[in-house]
Design a protein. Sequence first.
Length: 255
Amino acid sequence: MPRMRLEGKSAIVTGAGSGIGRACAITLGKEGAQVALVGRRRELLDSLAHEIGPRALVCVGDVRNHEDIRRIVQQAGDKFVSLNVLLNSAGVLYPGTAETLTDDQWDRTFDVNVKAIWHMSRAVLPWFRKAGGGSIINISSVLSLIGARNRVAYSASKGAVTMLTKSMAMDHATENIRVNCICPGIVETDMVAEVITSAPDPIEARRVREALHPMGRFGQPEDIGGLAVFLASDESKWMTGAAIPVDGGYTAGKA
């Protein structure tokens, strides 16, 4: 029987309760990784842990809370002995322009989408050093690479994620700690569904957004999982600081 690609590795996945985080956690588990599932809703994490099996560890907490982060990383490190992978997938999206967004929406966007990644990454770095290296995988967005209407806070936050990725990659390259980010196009998640259904004409809103992708469809969360496994594995051991679009061609024709 062939060796699984992540056998012997352990990972923490934030935003694991749904969407891209959930799909990546499943894929990492299928490839042999032990996976700490991080989210705020225990019922979602328990269901996911049941699906993954004994390799899963449920860690309920809020990535905006420093004490929760410390506890989660310690819990995962104690359970798995070492930590090798951090996948930062937790995120929020508030549609709006510079004039229509509230201060609270802006602050929450950056607290979840950027600050949590910084604090989660800072918390795992000592564990990665003890393990002789590690891989941080950040879920960014194609909107970190190109602009979009009505996405001021989200695009700005994802641009910060991409540049945080590149800067951390340079800071920690000599420690065998790699930092890369995945930049999805529009993926079928609860967050995207909420945006579509809240539009004045949901059918037209979906049609317009699908047309942005030359492949003619939204991505599925599972479309991101394969790249997450690659970046978590030793197959990408000479790869750091990359921002990789997985977007059905969304950015292919953009300058």
